[in-house]
Design a protein around this ligand. Structure first.
Ligand SMILES: NC(=O)c1ccc[n+]([C@@H]2O[C@H](COP(=O)([O-])OP(=O)(O)OC[C@H]3O[C@@H](n4cnc5c(N)ncnc54)[C@H](OP(=O)(O)O)[C@@H]3O)[C@@H](O)[C@H]2O)c1
Length: 234
């Protein structure tokens, strides 16, 4: 796909991997539309990146539909949907809070379904692409990962189903699995100094941009991104 002029909606793009991807795709000529739940944070990103956006919680179906309508209105259509909005919380089995787990699934799984359903006709018209941002937590579990890992395993599962359904309709469905990336996902100051040996949001943006730029004849169904050597010295 030629990114120059491509119309791209990125959910959860007010900070972190989504914002870094928006910046990189804009640099390559794409017309990007931003999203997030927190209105102030989104407004800050829109100003900093010079891009349009719409506040919406993708876990709420009506809001996801309104987001896609706003993106369609601003861009005139959607060629690429990047389902990036996501969050998690570590909870050992005995402490799993059903309400929190439900809220994680609402964003990480149902949010992706709502947004993609709403954008499907645009993507079909454009013979476009869907990029679902999962995680290495979609590949293997870890202690405390019940809520988050199960949501990302589900995302990986539905991505495989969509690939089977949508390839014959010329829509490419990609899954990206970052390992640990230094964003605000784990909390902390967004302006803190980053460890140069661990992944930065820009590394994931680079992987997404590269995968999308491949000729439409083919596509990379799934890619995982690891830091080469994030281990403490010695
Ligand atoms: N950082 C990592 O180590 C890592 C590793 C593997 C995978 N990932 C995945 O990568 C994606 C991006 O994570 P990140 O590290 O960039 O996290 P981040 O810095 O916390 O950014 C998350 C973004 O998603 C938005 N968001 C969250 N829930 C939303 C919802 N329901 N509706 C709309 N926007 C929502 C946030 O804004 P608001 O809070 O204002 O809505 C923010 O813009 C997530 O899917 C995450 O699971 C991250």
């Amino acid at each position: 796909m030629n990114l120059d002029g491509a119309r791209v909606l990125i959910t959860g793009s007010s900070i972190g991997i989504g914002a870094a991807t928006a910046a990189l795709l804009k640099e390559r000529g794409a017309r990007v539309f931003l999203n997030g739940r927190d209105a102030d944070r989104l407004a800050g990103a829109m100003e900093e990146l010079g891009l349009p956006g719409h506040r919406a919680d993708v876990g709420k179906r009506e809001e996801a539909i309104a987001l896609v309508e706003a993106a369609r209105g601003a861009l005139g259509g959607i060629d690429v949907l990047i389902n990036n909005a996501g969050w998690g919380r570590r909870m050992p089995l005995g402490e799993v809070d059903a309400e929190v787990m439900h809220a994680i699934w609402e964003t990480n799984v149902l949010g992706v379904v709502h947004t993609t359903q709403a954008a499907l006709e645009d993507l079909e018209r454009a013979k476009g692409a869907i990029v679902n941002i999962a995680s290495t937590a979609a590949l293997r579990g870890y202690a405390g990962g019940t809520a988050y890992c199960s949501s990302k395993f589900a995302l990986r599962g539905l991505t495989e189903c969509w690939r089977a359904e949508l390839r014959p309709r010329d829509i490419r469905v990609l899954l990206v699995n970052p390992s640990e990336v230094q964003t605000c996902f784990f909390g902390g100051d967004p302006d803190r100094e980053l460890d140069p040996r661990k992944l930065h949001a820009e590394d994931i943006a680079h992987a997404i941009g590269g995968a999308l730029e491949m000729d439409d004849r083919g596509f990379i169904p799934e890619l995982s991104v690891f830091a080469t050597n994030p281990f403490p010295a010695g």
